[in-house]
Design a protein around this ligand. Structure first.
Ligand SMILES: *[C@@H]1O[C@H](CO)[C@@H](O)[C@H](O)[C@H]1NC(C)=O
Ligand SMILES: *[C@@H]1O[C@H](CO)[C@@H](O)[C@H](O)[C@H]1NC(C)=O
Ligand SMILES: *[C@@H]1O[C@H](CO)[C@@H](O)[C@H](O)[C@H]1NC(C)=O
Ligand SMILES: *[C@@H]1O[C@H](CO)[C@@H](O)[C@H](O)[C@H]1NC(C)=O
Length: 311
């Protein structure tokens, strides 16, 4: 018996529904970002090993923590290298090997301690020029690129000092350089604290040039997970995911171990996967995945390994 037209069309509808559901599941697969570079005694291992672990889609090199206001920009990668004597250039080949394995490598600006600020729109533009020529697609006249020739995939803003003035101008200046570089350009990302709006990055985020915003849901008691209570986290998540301009994806930034966040926010991996992530994903179409602070604690905690393929 030939199938009736009605049955036939319901089969097609079923197939379409199935494919759409499959596509939704695939596009809903989150990514994982991690910070590397601040391990005590290099206990975070090498950049190459971090990428080769296969656990992360993005690695933020932490930090360029001196820049702006006339200062000579400076990297602080804890014990990994010393920019002054040129030893950080050894990371160039590791950056390339990360990129060959599909991991995006970014330079993170700022951090909790350092000496950075922007004094004017001109200062912001000159820092953008410096970053472009020394870490991205440009080239420096004297070939003094601190991390060598490898061009990073982008710049991350982890601004935690000062009053936030001129970071919108820095973001815009970087964006125009990156887009001028052609298809692909470079990534601009931001790591605000979870209280909304962020004290330092609000204007920069509102420019709409960031593609990934990883919000720090730790060391912020007013909006982090607290001993089984996710209500403050969920309220802040809704605020952030509603406010961040499209097309940016918003990431849930979490510590890899309790010691990584002295003021709290740690969520054990089982609770994260079974309770918190389902709620967070269900609340926002612009969920992008999870950001982890940091690789140092993850080496021993194995937190990223528990999340692999499940965020
Ligand atoms: C911070 O940088 C300024 C120059 O922009 C410099 O005068 C000052 O000494 C620096 N402070 C520290 C603590 O490094
Ligand atoms: C820039 O540096 C000067 C001199 O060190 C200081 O007085 C001023 O407050 C700094 N400006 C910013 C925006 O940090
Ligand atoms: C931000 O800080 C700088 C340097 O301290 C100061 O010159 C500027 O007036 C401040 N801007 C605002 C909006 O507070
Ligand atoms: C959970 O935290 C919220 C504040 O973030 C508080 O109002 C609420 O009472 C807490 N719930 C429990 C069961 O402790």
């Amino acid at each position: 018996m030939a199938p009736s037209p009605r049955l036939c069309s319901s089969r097609i509808l079923f197939a379409v529904f199935f494919l759409a559901a499959f596509a939704a599941v695939v596009s809903n697969a989150g990514k994982v970002a991690v910070y590397w570079g601040q391990g005590a005694n290099n206990a975070d291992g090498t950049l190459a090993d971090t990428c080769a672990s296969g656990l992360y889609d993005f690695v933020n090199i932490a930090f360029l923590n001196v820049f702006g206001n006339g200062s000579t920009p400076g990297l602080n990668l804890a014990g990994h290298c010393d920019q002054a004597t040129g030893t950080c250039t050894s990371f160039s080949s590791q950056i390339s090997s990360c990129q060959q394995s599909g991991v995006k490598v970014l330079l993170s600006l700022g951090g909790e301690s350092g000496n950075y600020s922007l004094s004017s729109a001109d200062d912001a533009r000159s820092v953008a020029d410096y970053l472009w020529n020394n870490f991205l697609g440009g080239s420096s006249d004297d070939d003094s690129r601190p991390l060598g020739d490898a061009a990073l995939d982008g710049i991350d803003f982890d601004i935690e000092q000062g009053n936030g003035t001129h970071y919108d101008e820095l973001a815009m200046a970087l964006s125009s350089k990156c887009n001028g570089a052609g298809a692909g350009g470079c990534l601009l990302t931001a790591a605000p604290q979870c209280p909304y709006p962020d004290a330092h990055l609000d204007a920069a985020i509102k420019t709409g040039v960031f593609s990934h915003v990883w919000v720090q849901f730790y060391n912020n008691p007013q909006c982090q997970y607290d001993g089984g209570n996710a209500s403050a986290l969920q309220a802040a998540w809704v605020q952030w995911t509603s406010a961040v301009p499209a097309p940016a994806d918003v990431f849930l930034g979490l510590p890899t171990a309790p010691a990584a966040a002295p003021s709290g926010g740690y969520i054990d991996a089982d609770t994260l996967l079974s309770q918190v992530l389902p709620a967070v994903k269900g609340a926002a179409a612009n969920y992008g995945g999870v950001m982890l602070w940091d690789r140092w604690r993850d080496v021993t905690a194995g937190y990223g390994a528990k999340l692999k393929g499940k965020v």
